[in-house]
Write a protein that binds this ligand. Sequence first.
Ligand code: TXA
Ligand code: MG
Length: 321
Amino acid sequence: MNSLVSSVIGQDLDRAARLLRTGRLVAFGTETVYGLGADATNAEAVSRVFTAKNRPQFDPLIVHVPTVDAARSVAADWPKAADQLAKAFWPGPLTLVLPKRPIIVDLVTSGLLSVGIRVPGHSPTLELLGAVELPIAAPSANPFGMVSPTTAMHVQDQLGAKIDYIFDTGPCTVGVESTVVRIEQDRVTLLRPGGVTLEQLRTVVTNIVVGADQDKAEMHSPDSPGQLPQHYSPGVRLRLGRPTNSTPRDGLMVFGKPCDDWQGPIERLSSSGDVVEAAKNLFGAMRRLAAHNVQTIFVDDIPEVGLGVAINDRLRRAVES
Ligand code: TXA
Ligand code: MG
């Protein structure tokens, strides 16, 4: 890392807001992961996001706004399900995909007629969005295909030289990305599992189509662009399950089981087997083990319940990458 060419990290809200208003790139924390933000009404600013991340333009960005009213000003339709879900989970880790208004430039949505919108549950960032008074497009602040950042330093390490400012709002508390649901009139489809669980969604909207499992078939269709099977790569081979034998070059992410005889470096996702704690630790643990120069990272089985669904989704993609 070369400090002469890297961006500045700080907590200067006015500076972050000014840069965003003038079309520059600012990374900021949310409750899920750090985002790389740009003015969603400015095509030149948005194109800088794709360039900095080396992200293909068929993968649409999520637009961040501070209030439900601001969300309604970028959505062309606001069905009852949107109202119910927004009331129940915003501010929070839920993205609603709705018909878009022309104010959001086409590059944000990869030419789709819909836009993903969310109100993040993180007060410094809500303040920033309120001060900017513009919808902010922000994908996770990592190079395309890599693990998402959960601290400002993670952003600095991977993208520091390519962006204008990193608004440091502390470590992310949820640790996996938002849940993405598409709303078409009364039909609600889960496109990506995330920080709000399916069980939680179903307490508000009973009839939810689970679309995430179809993504392999649909990944090049306009339905779920960007849900590529290869993603979240720590840059090291990752394998699901714990083998009986290990070497000093095998890393392990522990979930709920003792590990006295493991030879290599260990990261505890959760000693007590808590999926919420494991989600929070997941991406940081992957990064730290990769930095140990291990050959393979093994990860204990995580139950497919609650946030475990989002964790397993990310792990399966990391194995493929
Ligand atoms: O928690 C999060 O959602 C984080 C923080 C920064 O907000 N953002 C994030 O963005 O994870 P990103 O770009 O890494 O993932 C966004 C995903 C896309 O890959 C795409 O599948 C889906 O959201 N998406 C966005 N707009 C969409 C649209 N109009 N239709 C369908 N899917 C969409
Ligand atoms: Mg991402």
